[in-house]
Design a protein around this ligand. Structure first.
Ligand SMILES: [Fe+2]
Length: 139
C-alpha cells in the first residue's frame, strides 16, 4: 500500500470512528425488538413482557434520588433467572449495575443511589433465556 492510500484510509477510518456512534444512536429505535426489547417492541418475546420489563420506582429526598428496580421474574437457579440490572445515563453511559446470584437471590430487586443526577435513566434487565429488556424513567 502506498503512502497516499494509507493516509486516505487512516482519515476515513478516523472519520468513521466519529460518525459511527452517532449512527448507532440514530438507529437505536431499529434495535428495539432485536438487540434489546421494550414494552412497545418485544420482538420475538411478545408474550414475555410482563415478566421481563424492569419496573422502576423513583424516590427523592434529601437532595438525592434513588431507584428501586424489580423485575417480576422467577429465580429458578441457573436454569432461568435474571442475570443483572444495569443503569445507564441519557447518553447510554454506564452508571451502575447489580449482578444477581441465582441461588441466593430469591427476587431480582436492586437499589441504586444516583445522588443528584437528573435526566433520563435507561434501565436494563437481562434474563439468561429471554435477553435484555429496557425501560426508561425521567428523574
Ligand atoms: Fe426469562
Amino acid at each position: 500500500m502506498d503512502r497516499r492510500n494509507f493516509i486516505r484510509l487512516a482519515v476515513s477510518g478516523s472519520a468513521l470512528g466519529i460518525i459511527a456512534p452517532q449512527l448507532v444512536l440514530a438507529n437505536s429505535s431499529k434495535m428495539a425488538g432485536g438487540l434489546y426489547y421494550t414494552k412497545d417492541a418485544p420482538g420475538r418475546w411478545g408474550k414475555k413482557v410482563l415478566g421481563h420489563l424492569p419496573n422502576i420506582e423513583v424516590s427523592k429526598g434529601g437532595g438525592s434520588t434513588s431507584l428501586q428496580i424489580i423485575t417480576p421474574h422467577e429465580m429458578k437457579g441457573y436454569e432461568h433467572y435474571i442475570v443483572k440490572h444495569m443503569i445507564l445515563d441519557s447518553d447510554f453511559k454506564f452508571i451502575a449495575e447489580k449482578l444477581f446470584d441465582p441461588i441466593a437471590d430469591k427476587l431480582p430487586l436492586s437499589n441504586f443511589d444516583l445522588g443528584n443526577y437528573q435526566g433520563t435513566v435507561n434501565v436494563l434487565s437481562v434474563c439468561n433465556k429471554h435477553d435484555t429488556w429496557l425501560n426508561i424513567a425521567e428523574i
